[in-house]
Write a protein of this length. Structure first.
Length: 323
């Protein structure tokens, strides 16, 4: 018995090491992350590249997508707005199982966002921001009303944001996460067509697309952040260290540091077909479910509980040791 048991140990260790190796590979891939974009033509597609700009493909989700105008990503799926199809599409993160009619009933959508419980879109040829459950059910195309050609949408744990792209408006709008307290002129700042948000700032392109602008979350301190762009910006996204944008005329993806320094207009070189909309899946976690506290708040709330649990385990371990 002992001999058989000792012979079995290397096999058990091999299985253990293999499991650890697979887990490490998975973690490395998850940590790597990707940047995604939507090619906004009648034969459009969803593209993707590594976070260092390499490995670009224009057909993660191959076309034809009838004017893909905006892309979003969470831990399981990539989503895109289909402007001329009046729908929101969805696929697995590797591009498999695409569903071009995941959500229907939109009104010329251009811009899509996702949090832990809902999908949001901006109705460019209408006046509203729509919302549905994360599984595509309970579609509400009039979640926020009163906009002026809403274009681009972003969401955090407390608010939903959009750009009013009509030439008579050019503002960043904001509402509470439940759709209340709508302010169509939250930032009256010559806004363009896309908006992004992180834990400290809002970002958007200006109306002539020659700069990326930034403000505090309360709308104050609006300023040009990245300047000298080619006038063709159509999409903004952020992660923990960088800001990304699409250059629709050159077909490239740009990137700069979060403070606006080190701009690289050809971070992902030309090759896209009128890209409009960009998303990134590393560095900025998916916002929590609507109305729920952020991860930071939840951790703070349970900090004492976790500390007590750790002390209890230590006590039990010490008790057994001295028994």
């Amino acid at each position: 018995m002992q001999q058989g048991h000792s012979r079995g140990r290397p096999w058990g260790l091999t299985v253990l090491f293999a499991a650890v190796f697979v887990a490490m590979l998975w973690a490395a891939q998850a940590a790597q992350g990707f940047v995604y974009w939507s090619n906004n033509v009648d034969t459009g597609s969803i593209g993707r590249a590594n976070l260092d700009g390499t490995g670009a493909t224009q057909s993660l989700v191959p076309g034809p997508i009838d004017f893909a105008c905006g892309v979003a990503v969470d831990g399981s799926h990539v989503y895109w707005a289909i402007r001329d199809g009046n729908a929101i599409g969805r696929a697995n993160l590797d591009g498999s199982s695409p569903d071009p009619t995941f959500i229907t009933g939109a009104t010329g959508p251009c811009g899509v966002a996702v949090d832990g419980s809902h999908v949001y879109w901006a109705n460019l040829t209408g006046t509203t921001v729509g919302r549905a459950n994360l599984d595509g059910s309970s579609v509400n195309n009039n979640f926020v009303t009163g906009g002026s050609r809403p274009c681009g949408v972003a969401v955090d744990g407390s608010h939903v944001y959009w750009v009013n792209a009509d030439s008579s408006a050019l503002t960043v709008g904001r509402a509470d996460i439940n759709g209340g307290n709508v302010n169509q002129s939250f930032i009256p700042s010559n806004a363009g067509c896309f908006v992004a948000v992180d834990g400290a700032h809002l970002y958007w392109d200006n109306s002539v697309s020659t700069a990326i602008r930034r403000s505090d979350l309360d709308g104050n301190g609006a300023q040009d952040l990245v300047t000298g762009l080619g006038g063709n910006v159509c999409g903004v996204a952020v992660d923990a260290s960088h800001i990304y944008w699409t250059e629709d005329a050159t077909g490239s993806i740009g990137r700069a540091n979060l403070d606006g320094t080190g701009p690289n207009l050809g971070f992902v070189p030309s090759g896209g077909d009128n890209p409009c909309g960009v998303a990134v899946d590393a560095g900025v976690p998916t916002p929590p479910a609507s109305g729920q506290p952020s991860n930071k708040k939840r951790c703070k709330k349970h900090k004492k509980k976790h500390a007590r649990s750790a002390r209890h385990k230590c006590h039990k371990k010490g008790h057994k040791k001295h028994k």
